[in-house]
Design a binder for this molecule. Sequence first.
Ligand code: ZN
Length: 265
Amino acid sequence: MTGYVDVHAHLTHEAFDADRAQVALRAAEAGVEVVIVNGLEPVSNRQVLALCAEHPHLKPACGIYPVDAVAHKIDRATWSHPFDPPAPFDVDAEVSWIDAHADELVAIGECGLDQYWVKDQAEEQERVFRALCKVAVKHDKPLIIHTRKAEARSLEILQEEGVVKADFHCYGGKLKLAERIAEAGYYLSIPPVVVRAESFQRMAQKLPLERLLTETDCPYMGPDRERNEPANVPLGVAAMAEARGIGAGEMAAAIRENCRRLFGI
Ligand SMILES: [Zn+2]
């Protein structure tokens, strides 16, 4: 039987503090052979390396999340979102740290552009994103991209930076642009929320099979309102296969092969 892959998980999130090892074990029992655990900033990047060292099927990716990338520039007095602004850190030192550890990573990410939570720091966000693109190209590593309300710009930057290997995670832009992303040779990973989200079902139906991947973005984006986890990937694959009108086995095999092609695992 073909194994499953989760190319974007946040297993260092505090939602997993009580049962992290069991969650990793449940993933393996559900046939999830590869879980790429993504870091966001200095603290989680180091936790990702430590966690992945304990479990052979967990693979590390380190990056700088676009909201954290501008933490040092956020005006705390006018911040109005329902969560605290991220803690500031030395972004350039973190880019250097990722560069120094790149050979231990299966990908650089997550990183990208976010014009949803932070709208006024596009320039600094792009600077950090481009720096991570350069690290990825230098070490021949794929990028795992977060992009919200900046999908076209992210594609443009990847091409300007000469990036050939990238996955757009939880893509929420227009289908037409997703098709251009796939045509450019990049991949798009779909989370288990696809069981109840028509936009992801349409992506699973319309995009080339050889450009689709699966992820969880856990603890978010689950099949129900509960905490998401990598063991839910088979549910997502079944929903993707149904949307496309093919067998779940065929869908899983294609995704497994795509993961090998992009990440080499
Ligand atoms: Zn994420």
